[in-house]
Design a protein around this ligand. Structure first.
Ligand SMILES: [Zn+2]
Length: 588
């Protein structure tokens, strides 16, 4: 990847992986390494390690690992050239202009830049329409009815898309070609493909920004009775709805500081909560939360209060989001707002009618999700056996998703009490769910690295870093074919080739040539605390391998003897057996 002498190589030499990773993960010095909570899988105790001298990272939990570029690529979901640029910028290294890019990459990057610029332009256009036109005045009236004054409109960049059908199109056409206009999602083509028109018409617009604050899409609410009530930008090269959380760009500081996030359904809700001075709020802007959104959130906190709409759709969305959040090991509470009069209250309505103080109070008292679920289950008919069975079946999947075994069993008891379950069958189902966790069983085989024998681990470590003799060691291992047939054979093969070259080891490059499980094992070994290796130790490891090789051969010879070979062959085999036994006896 990073060729010697290339710009990438230079950046890698100068970049400090601990500092770069430290911008995303809270790292603590631990022995010769730094450790922290893995940003790529949910966990409570740190198994993610960064090696300051080898400049690599590795997670002992989920097995990810690599160099500083790989980390940034995974974290920022970007391509290699982009990662180089990001690392260079973080480390204050001047980036040569676009030289590293392939023509396709350059084209894609340019296209993305144009799309972002188009959204910026569209935003200015929508804002002007709201402020300065007759149609816009009606929209302002609607917003005022919803309690959004001038300040709020300006603060959240709310705008208006006029009803004409091609106003934005005519505005943008001056600067952009047709293909890009359609690609931006701001403009659509009619069914027979001949005519272009604005996607958003007669709608109030809400700019949706990515995490770094660039507008990448719009959400739009119909002003009249047009359907659908809410219309969003389609998926485009700069926007994927499962990757973006509305208001994240402004909420992230507050979320990190307070170590929890409030999750609401729509942008009006997020705006209402943020306006009430509660900045750590984001909206999923869709019916349900998607996994990449949870990962994004997980970079800032593991604690969430879900405050979705109280209608049926909102309840379903709450329950689906709960499942996903629990799977990712989030600590979840649920705020179900009480009705106001006979109106079901979403956060927007509630704050308008009842005020910020009342909302804050309920937020503080929001119960853990299990209480919320029990309350939901209690709404089912619990007088019949069938009803109870239904309620338990509703709860079981959630109980199973609780990562902590003790908590799981506590909740099982609690559910049994609350639902007044005495039927042994139902109780048994709950206890069984508490005892087992399906995903645990599923995940485990990947999590357990193969345990290589200590001698192999030690030799692998020496091949990686014993600068004084790794070349000589590689030669001996190679000549005597000592690593053939070992479980770690492929790791040895790759390290031997790298060591014979006489160049210092690039762990990531060796790892890149290996299968995933071998790379994981290699990185694990590189991260072990270990003493300075000596040549004497290397030799005793080699002897141990020779011994094992002789044992393997002996077993093979023995099998051949037992297969009743012809007399001359048998003689040869017996001689070989004698020799191997002598060798083994001498080594003892
Ligand atoms: Zn991990």
């Amino acid at each position: 990847m990073a060729e010697a002498g290339s710009f990438a190589d230079r950046v890698k030499q100068q970049a400090d992986i601990v500092r770069v990773v430290g911008e995303y993960v809270r790292l603590k010095k631990s022995g010769q390494n730094f450790t922290g909570l893995c940003p790529f899988h949910a966990e409570k105790s740190p198994s993610f390690a960064v090696h300051p001298t080898k400049q690599i990272y590795h997670c002992f939990g989920c097995g990810v690992g690599g160099d500083v570029f790989k980390f940034v690529m995974e974290m920022e979901k970007c391509a290699f050239p982009e990662a180089i640029r990001i690392v260079a910028e973080k480390c204050g290294i001047a980036v040569p202009r676009q030289k590293e890019q392939s023509p396709e990459e350059r084209k894609e990057n340019q296209q993305r830049a144009v799309l972002i610029e188009m959204h910026r332009e569209a935003q200015t256009f929508f804002v002007k329409q709201l402020e300065g036109t007759l149609e816009g005045k009606a929209a302002r009236g609607y917003l005022e009815d919803r309690g959004l004054d001038k300040d709020a409109i300006a603060r959240f960049g709310i705008g208006y898309a006029p009803s004409g059908g091609d106003a934005l199109l005519r505005h943008l056409k001056l600067q952009c070609d047709e293909k890009l206009l359609v690609e931006s999602g701001l403009v659509s083509r009619d069914q027979n493909g001949s005519r272009l028109f604005d996607r958003f018409r007669r709608r109030i617009t809400f700019p949706i920004s990515n995490e770094s604050g660039k507008i990448v899409a719009f959400g739009a609410r119909a002003l009249g009775d047009d359907m659908p009530k809410y219309l969003n930008s389609p998926e485009t090269p700069i926007y994927s709805k499962s990757n973006v959380l509305y208001h994240m760009d402004r909420a992230k500081e507050g979320i990190r500081r307070q170590d929890f996030a409030i999750l609401v359904e729509g942008y009006m809700d997020a705006i209402a909560v943020a306006r009430a001075g509660i900045s750590n709020v984001v909206a999923s802007c869709g019916t349900s939360l998607a996994e990449p959104q949870i990962k994004l959130l997980g970079r800032f906190t593991r604690r969430v209060i879900v405050n979705y709409d109280p209608d049926t759709a909102g309840q379903t969305a709450t329950e689906r989001s709960l499942s996903l959040l629990l799977e990712q090991d989030f600590e979840v509470r649920v705020l179900a707002l009480p009705s106001i009069g006979n109106k079901k209250a979403d956060p927007d309505l509630f704050i308008r009618e009842m005020g910020t103080e009342a909302y804050l109070k309920l937020l503080k008292e929001a119960p853990p999700y299990v209480d919320y679920l029990i309350a939901r289950a209690r709404q089912m008919d619990l007088t019949s056996g069938e009803g109870k069975r239904q309620a338990v079946n509703f709860l079981l999947p959630y109980v199973q998703k609780i990562p902590n075994r003790i908590l799981r069993s506590e909740w099982a008891t609690r559910i049994a009490q609350q639902l007044r379950l005495d039927e042994p069958v139902l109780r048994a189902a709950l206890s069984k769910a508490a005892a087992e966790r399906r995903s645990e069983v599923k995940i485990q085989p990947q999590l357990v690295g193969r345990a290589a024998k200590p001698v192999e681990r030690r030799l692998i470590r020496m091949l990686a870093e014993a600068e004084g003799f790794r070349q000589e060691l590689a030669k001996q291992l190679q000549d005597a074919r000592l690593f053939h047939g070992l479980e770690t054979e492929k790791i040895f093969a790759a390290l031997v080739i790298a060591s014979l070259s006489g160049q210092p080891l690039q762990a990531t490059e060796v790892g890149a040539g290996l299968e995933d499980r071998d790379r994981r094992l290699l990185f694990e070994i590189l991260f072990e605390e270990a003493n300075e290796p000596t040549w004497e130790e290397a030799m005793s490891c080699i002897e141990a391998l020779q011994h094992r090789q002789a044992e393997r051969e002996l077993a093979e010879v023995q099998r051949s003897i037992e297969a009743n070979p012809a007399a001359p062959e048998l003689r040869g085999l017996l001689e070989k057996k004698q020799e191997l036994m002598r060798r083994l006896a001498a080594a003892r």
